[in-house]
Design a protein around this ligand. Structure first.
Ligand SMILES: [Fe+2]
Length: 272
């Protein structure tokens, strides 16, 4: 599995058409396969043009790795075919659940941090890895209430990675948002998480809504999150970093300024 290098950007419909026309760009793009699979015309042509010039990785939305429902193996086979067609090697998903008894909940809900769920998730990860023929990369998510559980979040994540062989997509914005909402020190969390398993990193913006922070992906990356990114990169060396923007999406030019901003932190990490 070959990871891209440098600072990437989540590809969104609103600016995708402009990407191949511009000389400058991020180092790579991330796409949600659900938004591009099985679509012809404009979508297919745009993705082909982007792929000609840039490395692309897949970041899924609907796998629901923690669900009690059986895995959707037909869907996974379609993802595999799509990745092969566009020569995409990397696939990541969320360490959460989003379906129950066949219904899609359209949200990424937390999994109880228990030994039982470590085993449940790990078995499903192995199944996914077998179908896709590549390692799965799982992302730590935000959660606004804590499911009953016997482990700390960092313990749970480490145990899933250890048991399943999956890698970590470390979202440092999610770490920050959770640390404020659940009153813990994000640096302590990062000291405890197994950073040797991080495949790549997400950064995004968040916003305050009364007493809590919401992971909106609707603003530029905040300074506190860039500090956490710098802290991680100093420990890990130059891992790929991806900027997520899903709401209040500015022009492609403005997003490229944000890429430059994150690149400054990225090269700082790289120098060490
Ligand atoms: Fe993320």
């Amino acid at each position: 599995m070959k990871l891209p290098e440098g600072v990437g950007l989540g590809l969104r419909y609103s600016f995708a058409e402009e990407v191949p026309k511009k000389e400058e760009g991020p180092d790579w793009f991330e796409i949600a396969p659900e938004n591009w699979m099985g679509r012809g015309g404009f979508f297919r042509k745009t993705l082909e043009r982007v792929r000609e010039r840039f490395p692309v990785v897949c970041h899924g939305l609907s796998l629901s790795i923690g669900s009690p429902d059986p895995l959707d193996t037909d869907f996974l086979r379609k993802v595999k075919a799509f990745m092969e067609e566009f020569e995409i090697e990397v696939y990541s998903e969320h360490l959460s659940f989003s379906s129950f008894k066949g219904d899609h909940l359209y949200d990424l809900l937390p999994i109880p941090f228990t030994e039982e769920m470590v085993l449940h998730v790990s078995k499903r990860v192995e199944q996914v890895q077998e179908i896709l023929g590549r390692p799965l990369i799982l992302e730590n998510v935000t959660y606004y209430w804590r499911m009953p559980g016997e482990m700390e979040e960092w313990e749970f994540i480490n145990a899933v990675l250890e048991e399943s062989g999956a890698y970590l997509l470390l979202d440092v914005n999610n770490v920050y948002v959770n640390s404020v909402n659940h009153s813990y020190d994000p640096y302590e969390f990062l000291k405890r998480i197994d950073l040797s398993k991080v495949a790549y990193i997400h950064v995004a913006g968040h916003e305050r809504a009364e007493r809590i922070l919401i992971d909106t992906h609707g603003t530029n990356v905040k300074e506190e999150v860039l500090k956490l990114l710098r802290y991680v990169l100093e420990k890990t060396g130059p891992l790929p970093v991806l900027i997520e923007r899903d709401n209040n999406i500015p022009s492609y030019e403005e997003l490229l300024e944000e890429v430059e901003n994150v690149r400054r932190v990225w090269s700082h990490g790289k120098d060490l």
